[in-house]
Design a protein around this ligand. Structure first.
Ligand code: ADP
Ligand code: MG
Ligand code: ZN
Length: 598
């Protein structure tokens, strides 16, 4: 904006403060003055004529634009002699107000366009004007940098990564390579160049890579695969070149490529005929890694949650030949992670970290961090000075089932249906051999659900039996079974249960080979898509098989429903008791539940 104001300002000033104003006369008036020999100079500025007399006074007039000054004066009777001796000064037309406006009309849009392009160019590479498009913008993090900047930035170490002991053990080696490469080089060992870290999102891959840098005390250059997918072809490759150049200059160093699957997918399978940009970027990464001499002490750590889609060229010896897997944390690891994240936070006296770890199967590190944070927020909103067990409990349920919805108004009859439905789930689950114990039953609505029953595994499980699947189906159908038996009328309340049951029955047949009738073969090929993730399945079986699969699904569901109804009929008294208690106090926790079932 500053530029524009300056420009208008200076044009404005010129005509206004030029000289003393000229006295307006008609054109013949000027001719008369010329003939009288009074005019010293005649200044022509566009169509205006200004005659300056010897005595200093000035006469101004205008002529028509399609005629020259001399012609105009001649026509009006000026003699050739007078004109010959008259000094005529032709000046550039000054800007009148209209001229100024015209100028603004042309200049302002130009300036704006220039400004926008300038901003755009800067944004695209975060650097100077157009010059640095190919420059990578790695974020460097090192203990030295932290000290230089006198920031109180705690450098991540292995202590901050809880639980992942196996991964730490494997990465300890990398730390040693970075710290004392000489030791290895002397013995002729080839220092590994690349480590691939695989794990579902939130398991701490980024955190772990930073911890390796922190432990080794080396700079950490981080860039994400998705950033490479830029708009200009060739930019990704030059970014990679630049990034590695800087890392080599500061060796020993770590280059961290996050989300490498964004560029490192198997080549030649992209949608719409592959993506040149991706391939060039990937090729450049490989070229850089191959170019490391035996003494180049740069280790590339790449992270992905889709190791299965990576180009095999990435995994060859001398490239990402070390693979570190970050698992979902087990119960002990969850406790350790919770301890890391509750460190320094004011906890109430009855907070049991071990219990919380038990309550959170399937949570990854990022989820646990979120849990602690949600609990702290709840405690603050409740004006507490300590974060207590109830806050953790509530935060957990909020994360699993969505926020509580107290305001939802439902009729007494609907409440009863919900109470019996949830009691049905709980009673059926309680009476199944392979089902997890019921942790909580509630008819408080949360998220989309009007009520919920929460089973909780005693320990983490990695393998599940066919019987466990069958029992899970029975538990899922317990709600509908109770509705049918108690009210002799069924509602839409079971829609979600039915969908999950169908899905479960289908994967029992098509994925796990649990169906005796259809045998061991799997059905359908899961289709990955480089950009959208799972696209679904392509059937690799015929119509006849498809019909048999559908039949088998119905068969499995019918059997499970029959079992659920049988349990409800047998346990009708306990079902009634539980439902009445729920209508009374809304939520029943495990100890009370077990007392009711006894
Ligand atoms: P990823 O890169 O695997 O998606 P991140 O490293 O970004 O996961 O993890 C996200 C956050 O989760 C971390 O900043 C950290 O706070 C927390 N976290 C994950 N795993 C752990 C762990 N093992 N110990 C402590 N915190 C963890
Ligand atoms: Mg990450
Ligand atoms: Zn249900």
């Amino acid at each position: 904006m500053a530029v524009i104001i300056l420009a208008t300002g200076s044009y404005f000033l010129l005509p206004l403060f030029n000289r003393a104003p000229a006295q307006d006369v008609s054109l013949p008036g000027i001719v008369t003055a010329i003939e009288a020999g009074q005019v010293e100079t005649l200044t022509v500025r566009g169509d205006s004529l200004i005659a300056t007399k010897f005595d200093g006074t000035r006469l101004g007039s205008r002529k028509e634009s399609n005629i020259s000054t001399v012609e105009a004066l001649q026509i009006l009777g000026a003699s050739p002699e007078a004109l010959r001796t008259l000094p005529i000064k032709v000046e550039n037309p000054s800007f009148g107000f209209a001229g100024l406006f015209g100028l603004l009309l042309t200049v302002v849009p130009l300036l704006l366009v220039g400004y926008i392009m300038f901003r755009f160019a800067r944004q695209m590479q975060g650097g100077g004007l157009f010059g640095g498009i190919g420059r990578s913008t790695p974020r460097v993090l090192s203990s030295a940098a932290a000290k230089d900047q006198k920031m109180n930035m705690s450098v991540v170490t292995f202590d901050d990564v809880a639980g992942a002991d196996q991964a730490k053990l494997e990465l300890q080696e990398v730390v040693e390579f970075l710290r004392e490469s000489d030791k290895f080089v002397k013995l002729g060992a080839r220092i590994p160049k690349g480590v691939l870290m695989a794990g579902v999102p939130g398991t701490g891959k980024t955190l772990m890579a930073k911890a390796v840098a922190g432990e080794a005390g080396v700079p950490f250059f981080s860039i994400s695969g998705s950033e490479f997918v830029e708009m200009f072809v060739g930019v990704g490759a030059s970014r990679v070149r630049d990034l590695f150049k800087r890392a080599r200059e500061q060796a020993p160093a770590i280059v961290f490529v996050d989300e490498i699957d964004a560029v490192g997918r198997r080549r030649g399978i992209g949608l719409g005929g592959g993506n040149d940009e991706r391939e060039q970027t990937l090729n450049q990464i490989l070229v850089e890694m191959d170019g490391f001499g035996t003494d180049t002490n740069v280790i590339v750590i790449a992270a992905t949650n889709r190791p299965d889609v990576l180009d095999p060229a990435l995994l060859r010896p001398g490239r990402f030949d070390r693979k570190v897997i970050l698992d979902r944390p087990d119960i002990d690891a969850r406790a350790a992670i919770l301890r890391v994240h509750t460190r320094g936070k004011p906890l109430g006296p009855y907070v049991g970290i071990a219990d919380l770890a038990k309550l959170t199967p399937g949570f990854v590190g990022a989820d646990l961090e979120n849990l602690v944070n949600e609990a702290a927020i709840l405690a603050a909103r409740r004006n507490l000075s300590l974060i207590g067990q109830p806050e953790f409990q509530d935060a957990m349920e909020r994360i699993v089932a969505g926020p509580e919805r107290k305001g939802r108004i439902i009729s007494q009859h609907e409440r009863e249906v919900v109470a019996y439905h949830e009691s049905g789930h709980a009673v059926v689950m309680h009476n199944l051999e392979n089902s997890d114990p019921v942790h909580k039953v509630s008819i408080i609505s949360r998220g989309m659900a009007l009520g919920y029953t929460m089973p909780l595994p005693e320990r983490d499980r990695y393998l599940r039996s066919k019987e466990a699947f069958e029992d899970e189906l029975v538990g899922l159908l317990g709600g509908r079974a109770a509705e049918e038996i108690i009210f002799n009328r069924i509602t839409t309340g079971a829609a979600d249960d039915l969908e999950r049951a169908t899905e479960l029955a289908r994967s029992m047949i098509t994925r796990y080979g649990f169906s005796e009738a259809l045998g061991l073969r799997t059905f359908g090929q899961v289709q990955g898509n480089p950009y959208l993730g799972n696209l679904g399945e392509t059937p690799n079986y015929g119509e006849e098989m498809s019909r048999r699969i559908d039949q088998e699904i119905s068969q499995i569901l019918d059997t499970a429903y029959q079992r659920a109804k049988n349990i409800i009929i047998q346990q009708k008294d306990r079902l009634e008791n539980l439902a009445k208690t729920l209508l009374d106090i809304e939520t029943v926790e495990r100890p009370q539940f077990e007392a009711l079932m006894a």
